[in-house]
Design a protein around this ligand. Structure first.
Ligand code: OOG
Ligand code: NI
Length: 485
């Protein structure tokens, strides 16, 4: 099942090492993508729509799909939901071997789900550059299941589940402790094959229909997590160059698209993340029977999604985004107007010009000394402390917005909601509950479980920007470069 060594493997010079984390991640995504296309044929159709749209978009720029580096054609994220703390701890160890580490805390209680989680993703600029694939990973919080009987039922079923084979655990142990040099290419193949099993779909539930229905009544997510022997990947998400065209394409080709694109409206300067999906399909499931009789039923969980990423915003930029989003949701509820139109109107307040976004400290930028400018820094009479605005104006330094690599809880709730089966699709059902103090506590719990701090995504972007300024400073031999007012 593992795919051939990709052309865009992680080593820039020579053959990538089989245990190189970036290389493993790329192989893993390729294998996962192949598996998911076989499991959910409609997902393959979505990928076709994305390719058509991207081809057209590139044509209008005089380019073709072949001009895109192949890493652009890999999926950008997937999502899984886990049942227990042990599963969460083990998955974090597996993902670390593939160069993915927890970033950002997502408290889904805020939107009425008994789950919390994080995004496992590469953290360094270099690693992101090679392959930014990440997995939105949540884990069930039994303490949020209101009925004591259902809580007991769920925890008891999960207590016997074995997601990780002993061979896989052995390989992870080895990768963590021993010299990676001792691990062979065959071990790496094994790691990929054994990992895939965790994410595979099983059409046979591990519980009787009655149990499934009881858990589903508590919350459809609880049934989805508890009733199956694997932690099936519930969606994969390629990126696109034009998400509005993909949404239109899905509708015109008869895919059951969700009603709205999540996230900010279409803008000149794209920020954060826009995403849409086709709704989860009703799939046949065989439930364990009372005696020897299996019972047929259905389950709705798996879908396909597409994303378009824009710039990472600063804390100030995020506060403005959250405030405008809340305003738009409130207004479309009250006025009962087309929510996409309201969103567009409300977001007119968000500056839509890169230089304004930069100067107002709303977006993070990656700064670089212009290649030909290093030796002539002296000729520009640059010394001591210089303002970044001047360096940009004189063309000594160039800048580009840093890409947002994370998720948006409110959008995630929209994606979750439209895929539970039978529920109305739309933003207005998502009520944000105030849970700040509680969130701090549950975050610490998750950190304790993972044995490490979960960095805030905003801090990481800030660091990237600061490092790039320092790099310019050093190259130009300046004592300081001043950013902002
Ligand atoms: C995860 C939904 C979150 C996104 O793109 O916001 C997500 C889930 O349904 O488990 O993937
Ligand atoms: Ni997603």
């Amino acid at each position: 099942m593992p795919s051939a060594i990709p052309q865009n493997g992680s080593a820039l010079h020579g053959e990538p090492k089989p245990w190189d984390p970036d290389h493993l991640r790329t192989r893993f995504v390729q294998a996962l993508s192949e598996m998911y296309r076989t499991e959910v044929p409609l997902y393959g159709k979505l990928v076709d729509v994305v390719n058509q749209v991207d081809t057209t978009t590139l044509q209008s720029r005089g380019q073709s799909l072949n001009d895109l580096p192949s890493r652009f054609q890999l999926e950008r994220h997937g999502a899984i939901r886990l049942g227990t703390q042990q599963e969460m701890r083990m998955i974090s160890r597996l993902f670390a071997v593939m160069g993915m580490f927890p970033v950002g805390y997502y408290d889904l209680k805020m939107v009425g789900f008994p789950l919390h989680g994080t995004a496992f993703r590469p953290q360094t600029e270099e690693s992101l550059q090679k392959n930014p694939f990440r997995v939105f990973t949540t884990v069930l919080r039994p303490d949020l299941i209101s009925s004591p009987e259902v809580r007991k039922m769920a925890t008891s079923i999960l207590s016997t589940r074995q997601l990780f084979s002993s061979r896989l655990i052995e390989l992870i142990d080895q990768a963590e402790t021993s010299a990676l040099a001792n691990l062979t290419a065959e071990d790496a193949n094994n790691l990929i094959t054994k990992s895939l099993k965790i994410f595979k779909w099983h059409s046979r539930s591990s519980v009787p229909l009655e149990t499934y229905l009881t858990l589903k009544k508590e919350h459809p997510m609880v049934a989805d997590i508890v009733c199956f022997p694997s932690a099936h990947i519930n969606h994969l998400t390629p990126r696109t160059l034009d998400i509005d065209a993909v949404q239109a394409g899905m509708i015109s080709q008869g895919l059951p698209a969700k009603d709205h694109i999540e996230g900010p409206p279409k803008r000149k300067c794209e920020i954060l993340l826009r995403q849409t999906s086709f709704k989860a399909l009703e799939e046949r499931v065989t439930f364990a029977g009372d005696a020897d009789h299996a019972v047929d039923g259905t389950h709705t969980a798996r879908f396909g999604e597409v994303e378009q990423r824009g710039a990472a915003v600063t804390r100030k930029g995020r506060e403005l985004y959250d405030a405008l989003l809340a305003k738009a949701v409130g207004r479309s509820e009250k006025e009962d107007k087309d929510s996409d139109k309201v969103l567009k109107e409300v977001f007119a307040e968000y500056p839509d010009d890169w230089e304004v976004l930069r100067r107002e400290g709303l977006v993070y930028f990656r700064y670089r000394v212009a290649e030909d400018k290093v030796p002539v820094a002296g000729a520009h009479k640059l010394e001591g402390s210089v303002h970044m605005d001047r360096l940009l104006k004189e063309g000594v330094v160039t800048c580009e917005p840093i890409t947002y690599e994370d998720f948006l809880p409110f959008s995630a709730a929209g994606i979750f909601t439209s895929n539970l089966g039978g529920e109305k699709d739309g933003g207005t059902e998502r009520k944000l509950q105030k849970t700040e103090e509680e969130s701090k506590r549950s975050r610490v719990q998750l950190e304790g479980l993972l044995g490490r701090k979960i960095p805030s995504e905003i801090d990481l972007y800030n660091e990237l920007q600061t490092d790039s300024v320092k790099e310019c400073q050093a190259l130009l031999g300046l004592s300081e470069i001043v950013l902002g007012a």
